[in-house]
Design a protein around this ligand. Structure first.
Ligand SMILES: [Fe+2]
Length: 182
């Protein structure tokens, strides 16, 4: 179950439909592709995962102009994990959309919308998020330090973070609520 947190309003939303509605209001697409368990094993090969979700991936490619899809694997054993995380846990934006479908583990996105308070979105297996290009955001792992996700790209070489240097992230704890500790 994803958890949406609005720190400024001391509010948490756990209902998927309410999360979708709230995020849609700030330009973020959120949906669940699998509501009752994944259709493929969380440790399946990249090829099998992309095949299992090919219908949704093709639809996203059509609607969002994405040209490639892959699966990123992050675990506590990933070499250089902290250095990798340090690139994304500060407020930044990209010249293209950030699209992630979680198949294993967890991830915590914070979105800083043009209007309204910062929202935290704790993602788990079965959750899709599309953060449009130019949207200010940052990303943290949860206690399991594990995430496997399908990514889609409009330009495979163009996914570089641009930092705001706002230190906005310092005001929000990278805390996950539903993740098991690991
Ligand atoms: Fe990002």
């Amino acid at each position: 179950m994803a958890v949406l947190s609005i720190t400024e309003e001391s509010r948490k939303i756990t209902d998927a439909r309410e999360i979708t509605k709230y995020l849609s209001g700030i330009g973020i697409e959120y949906e669940r592709w699998d509501t009752e368990g994944l259709r493929v094993g969380e440790d399946a090969s990249e090829e099998k995962i992309l095949e299992a979700y090919s219908t949704e991936i093709d639809e996203l490619k059509r609607s969002g102009g994405y040209v490639t899809a892959d699966v990123i694997d992050v675990s506590p054993e990933t070499p250089g994990l902290d250095d990798m995380l340090a690139k994304f846990n500060k407020e930044h934006w990209h010249d293209e959309d950030e699209v992630r479908y979680i198949v294993k583990g967890h991830g915590l996105f914070h979105i800083s919308p043009e209007k309204g308070p910062v929202v935290g979105i704790e993602m788990e297996a079965g959750d899709l998020i599309r953060v449009p290009k130019g949207t200010l955001h940052w990303f943290d792992l949860c206690a399991d330090r594990t995430v496997r996700a399908i990514r889609l790209f409009q330009d495979p070489s163009g996914w570089t973070p641009h930092y705001t240097d706002s230190r906005n992230e310092d005001g929000y704890q990278p805390l996950c609520f539903s993740a098991v500790s690991g």
